[in-house]
Design a protein around this ligand. Structure first.
Ligand code: ZN
Length: 94
């Protein structure tokens, strides 16, 4: 990936990060979004999560957290959206 954009959540917690990566000259316009998951700092909560994991417990909702985009990041988001839109060759529909 030669282009990477880091977004920090509007709540300013560096635990809430998105990194969008893509190749600027790639014909197949694909953008990869890496989500940084908030680590649990409390050792007892981590052990409790580990025990639940070992016994196969899964939240029916999955593991979610939210990310709030900042208004000032709109231009960078637009650049990525424009990159996706300017497809050099249309891929056949599946
Ligand atoms: Zn946040």
């Amino acid at each position: 990936m030669d282009k990477q954009e880091l977004f920090i959540c509007a709540c300013n917690s560096v635990e809430h990060q998105l990194i969008m990566s893509y190749f600027a000259d790639e014909e197949d316009r694909e953008v990869y979004c890496s989500v940084h998951l908030k680590p649990e700092r409390n050792i007892f909560k981590r052990i409790w999560k580990a025990i639940k994991y070992i016994f196969g417990h899964r939240s029916i909702y999955g593991d979610f957290d939210e990310f709030i985009f900042k208004q000032e990041d709109a231009d960078r988001l637009q650049q990525i959206a424009d990159y996706l839109k300017t497809c050099k060759e249309r891929k056949p529909e599946h």
